[in-house]
Ligand binder design. Sequence first.
Ligand code: PEP
Ligand code: MG
Length: 322
Amino acid sequence: EQRALQRLRSAPSRTVDGVEINLHANAESREDVAEAFRLGAAGVGLYRTEFLFLQRRELPTEDEQFAAYRDLVLGMNGRPVTLRTLDLGADKADASGVSLAREPNPALGLRGVRLSLARPALFRTQMRAMLRASGYGFVRILVPMVTCREEMLQVRALAVDCARDLRTEGFEIADHLDIGAMIEVPAAALALPTMIDTMDFVSIGTNDLVQYLLAADRGNDAVADIASPLHPAVLRVLHDVIATGRRCGKPVAVCGELAGDIRYTRVLLALGLTDFSMHPGTMLEVRNAVRGCEHAALRKRSAALLRARDRDAILAVLARLD
Ligand code: PEP
Ligand code: MG
């Protein structure tokens, strides 16, 4: 079985009926990037920059961040690399370079873009480093924990400002750079039509989106069962976000664990998803699953999936395809 999967390294991620599905990698290290490239990943769909800030006392400098981002971009050889701006919060106490106040409820606190906007110097340093890396390949910037359009507008204004400074200083950076939002706060998912004009693309963070929709802590085993994505509310929100993206001509990806879990590949295809981003370790399995699917037949089940009233009913809709 492993050997059969290995043969898919250079195979297309295409359904039985010829629909191309883009499989991107969530890459955390240089090794992940090398592996993603070898696996034929369409790009890096999520690079979590927090790792540069953890387990150290000082903040990473602009040059240090730039070097890390540039290496990623070079490693992907022209394929897009999606750099996510800092998603730190009070739950990551070992990022001692960023002084974080203790919070009773870190998941609902000053995290992601909220923290970045509250620390302009830190955010500017990161933005400059990302923009400088854009001179070396295809960079996209992804903003975590977006809740309202004002946040995106502020991030975009900062990017414009930093780009102007960098050009004045003589750096060569990309003429244009896409800035997208993680859709992981339910408010942003539900009100997406009111704010998608501030986003060049969106990436659904199902780890947090499911946690917040179902009010079930993603790290708490006692509620792991409740946190199942096979809840009618989750399918409805995923469907609506994907449909809004399509209607507005903005690419939509899923970059949470769901995207790399073959138990959910068919559900996501049925809901209209064409861009997945996952840990490289799961990419061949997902590619194999995609290659076994008939896209048109799955898409026809979308309405039935959305009508299903519980997990068993959702599973029954999928089972009828076999
Ligand atoms: C998510 O929330 O689904 C996600 C991809 O981001 P993280 O797991 O880093 O919160
Ligand atoms: Mg998240």
